[in-house]
Design a protein. Sequence first.
Length: 360
Amino acid sequence: MTAESVTIVIGSAGRRLYLIDWFRAAFETLGLNGRIIVVENDPSSAAASYGDETRLLPRYSDPGYGDAILRLVDEVEPRLFLSANDYELMQLHVNTGIADSLRDRGVFVPGVSAAWQVGCADKLRMAQMLEGVDVPTPKTVMGSDLDSLLADAGESDEFVVKHRFGSRSSGLAVVARGEIDEAVANSAKSVPPRADRTDPRDDVIVQPRMPGSEYGVDIVSSLLDPGPLTGVFARRKLRMRAGETDKAVTVDPGPFREASGKIARSAGLSGLIDVDMFLDDQGQASVIDINPRFGGGYPFVHLAGADVPLYYTGQIFGIPVDEGWNRYEPGIVSAKYQETRVTARGSREGNDSSTSVEHT
């Protein structure tokens, strides 16, 4: 293989340094002289200095974000632009149309259609879209509309309360029937402001807690031919931390294939999305959340044998990849652990007594 230099861009990787490592491993496997440019707005984030090159760009909400992204792409000519941030994905796919501009430039941008991207960001709308394509999902209502939920909840005595537009389990509480009103009120206190909202409870959703165990499922479609299913990877969640899977065991993906196929086709999926599902005692899978990106659960299946970075890299650079990329071993238990790395030197932040501390 020639040592042709190729480039990909990874945005908002945050703590997910493993993604950078696994794309580097894919370059090595395929004999590519690959360059990974990490895009961040915080120069001292864990990922900012971990790539082969770092570019500091405005925050996704900044008016100059779109132009900065396009200038970067025109300069470095990457074949893949990958983001691991839910809010940046909304900016790319919905608010600005930047994703389409990147694709017009020959850049692969994994994800779902704009309509499904909106649905993934709005948990009420997502439930309605899932029902529309015959994918089981719990009845979902706004916190201001509890009567309709309780009338249909049957024997359910546990309910899930969380932010409608949240990420990483924000505003989450699991409560008994008699505690729902208080939980909604508490969750509503922390919802972000929204211009067209009159009642903060409208930005809180409530669902019956689904029976069975919770699983994380990665659904994968081709970057070249969006829609058809090419991979399903599943793990049972054993422990959570800060809204992300902390320990899990890989399982047979069979029970999740039907729902996964319906979602992939309906969403026009290209690449990988992370889906939270429950599996009941009868083997019925129900979807409770969709994250249209690499989620925090992907490492558990990668360590068991799956290799989506290799699949992506082979597709975007036209190199055949063995079908083994989408196979993994069930029964592998993995757990996350903490590392720390220096991300800046000579910073004045540590000498400022007024510096706030973020607890995560």
